[in-house]
Every structure is written in C-alpha cells, then in structure tokens.
Design a protein around this ligand. Structure first.
Ligand code: XMP
Length: 319
C-alpha cells in the first residue's frame, strides 16, 4: 500500500538529485511505460528533459498526433517528432521474413534515435521506462533466450553505445503501479490502460512485405475495431485486440459490381501473462458491426475474418 502524493514527491526528489543540472533524453513510444516515465521526469526537471518520438510509419491511427497533443500540447514538454516513415519503408522493401523485419525495424529505430541524440550534445542521461518485470526478465535472459520464439524488439531497447547514463525511475514498479502513477500524474485513463503494442508495430501485423498502402488500410480497419470494442465495453475485458492485414485478395460484390480486394483478420485475446492466451468470445453482434463498418468504410478491404486460435499453438501476433 502506498501513498501516491508522497511517492511522487520522493521520486521527483530522487530524479532531481540524480540528474542535477544535466540534460536527459527519452524515447517516447506512445506506450504506457515510456509515457509515464516521461510525465514523471518532466514533473521533476521540466525542460531539462527532451523526448524523442520516432514515427516509423507503423503506428496506429492518429498515434503521432495523440502523443504530440499530450506531451507537447498539454504537458508542455520538449518533444522532437521524427517522421522516419520513408526510411523504414525503404529498408523494409522486399523483406518478407518476420524476424528479418523485426531486426530491420529495431536497427533503424536505434539509428534514427542516435542521430537525434547526436543533435542534443548536452544530454548526459538516457531515460527509459524500464519496469520491475523487465528488470527480472533481463536478469534471467540466458534462461529466457532458450524459450524465446520471437525476438522481441522493443523500441525502448537502446544500446549503451550512446554513452549516456541510464535514468530508469520506474525500475521498482509493477505494471499496475505504473498505471496508477500515470493517472496521478495527469495522463488520460485511456493512454494508461492501453493494450500492449509491439515495438515493430504494424510491421508484424502486415503479413509478408510491408507496404505503405497496406499500413494505411490496416490502420483504419484497426481503429474501427478498437472504437467498437470500447463502445461495447469490451476493450477492458480483452488483454490485446487488433487487426491483421492479409495480403491476399478475395472476391466480393458491391452494388452491381464484383470486387477483388484484401482480407483483414481480427484478433482479440484474454490472458494473464501473454505466454498462453484464449481467443476472446466477442458477441457475434459486435463482430458483425465491426465487419460491416470495415468493409463499408475501408475501400480496399472486402472481407473480415475472426481468429479463433488459442496460444499455444498459435501466437498472439500473426508474425
Ligand atoms: P506472441 O505473438 O509471441 O506475443 O504470442 C506475445 C506478446 O508479445 C508481443 N510481441 C512483441 N512485443 N516486440 C514487442 O515489443 C516484438 O517484436 C513483439 N512480438 C510480439 C505481442 O504483442 C504480445 O503482447
């Protein structure tokens, strides 16, 4: 049991003592952990913090705008918004292997971040939203590696080659504590209680080669799914939910015409630890509404399917 105002005051004090009058750089991803870390550090040191938000072009609909509105707009934090879409798309061209895609996205992310860090020579600290479970996990890294099926590139995973000291104010906190802290710091409930989103983003939700056109279609379909989940009060009853783009075309009819367009799969799971998961038994009426809206509103998609595979043997993401 903890007293939140006291906790924040102590954390702020600790950050001020650690950092002194030096400057801090933080990679903002739009996820819960980096957002809460940014809000806390900003509370402590204000403009000594610069957030770098790298948009790899594989984010969800309006994500960039929301992050900028929250951190630059409402918190008045210094935020550098880097639109690196073309760079990422260029390097992903022709690449179909999931692990290869992860590697490229992880590598390019580090490169873009490093280039931004180089523009801030006064920064002596790299802040990260590392939380307690991450600390434990990396302690058991050897053991974990043997069981890892996918290389989990997280955009928070920056190398020590930056030559910066690490500032990790959430290192002692569990996820639910991080969320409580975020709310207490004034972050919106919806931002703090979001489903997890993988570092490579839509890059692993577009099967095979990633193309701008696919990403744009997927973003819109995904936003409709999430909107309707929220409207039906199902968002908080699922652990993760998203749309997946299948680069195959199937035949449909529209008016008097025949269509030949892409397929989107919906995935929604319930899980405690993400190691095993059940597919969510969403109401048929909800699924029907989502399907209708996607097909009517997203030209280019004429078929929607629902994934009813458990983990194992399937994984949560399709790649
Ligand atoms: P799977 O698909 O392995 O996913 O059942 C388990 C959880 O991990 C997330 N995931 C990732 N997160 N980088 C990440 O940061 C990745 O490359 C990655 N791959 C999967 C996935 O979203 C789910 O929450």
């Amino acid at each position: 049991d903890w007293n939140m105002p006291d906790y924040i005051a102590e954390a702020v004090q600790r950050i001020r003592e650690q950092v002194g009058d030096e400057e801090v750089i933080l990679g903002l991803s739009g996820g819960v952990d980096s957002s809460v870390a940014a809000a806390l550090i900003h509370r402590a040191i204000g403009d000594q913090l610069t957030c770098v938000f790298v948009d790899h072009g594989l984010l969800r609909l309006n994500e960039g705008r929301m992050v900028m509105e929250m951190f630059a707009g409402r918190l008045h934090a210094k935020v550098v918004h880097v639109d690196a879409t073309e760079q990422f798309m260029g390097h992903l061209k022709g690449v179909t292997d999931p692990e290869q895609k992860r590697k490229i996205i992880g590598r390019e992310f580090v490169e873009v971040f490093q280039a931004e860090a180089a523009k801030l020579p006064r920064a002596k600290w790299l802040a990260q939203g590392t939380i307690y479970p991450d600390v434990i996990e990396s302690g058991g890294a050897k053991n974990k590696k043997a069981h890892t099926i996918k290389s989990h590139h997280n955009v928070g995973g920056l190398p020590e080659t930056l030559g910066l000291k690490l500032l990790e104010p959430l290192r002692e906190l569990f996820k639910d504590e991080v969320r409580e802290l975020g709310v207490a710091l004034g972050l919106p409930h919806d931002m703090v209680y979001r489903h997890p989103f993988p570092g490579p983003g839509l890059g692993v939700r577009i099967l095979g080669e990633v193309k701008q056109e696919y990403a744009d279609l997927l973003r819109r379909a995904d936003a409709i799914f999430i909107d309707e989940l929220r409207a039906a009060d199902w968002y908080d009853k699922t652990s993760q939910a998203f749309a997946v783009f299948l680069p195959v075309k199937s035949v449909g009819v529209m008016g008097d015409g025949r269509t030949y367009e892409y397929v989107v799969a919906l995935r929604a799971v319930q899980t405690q630890d993400f190691m095993t998961a059940h597919w969510a038994e969403l109401p048929h009426s909800l699924l029907g509404k989502v399907s209708n809206r996607i097909i009517n509103e997203v030209r280019g998609i004429n078929r929607v399917v629902y994934d009813i595979s458990g983990k194992p043997p399937a994984t949560i993401e399709w790649e």
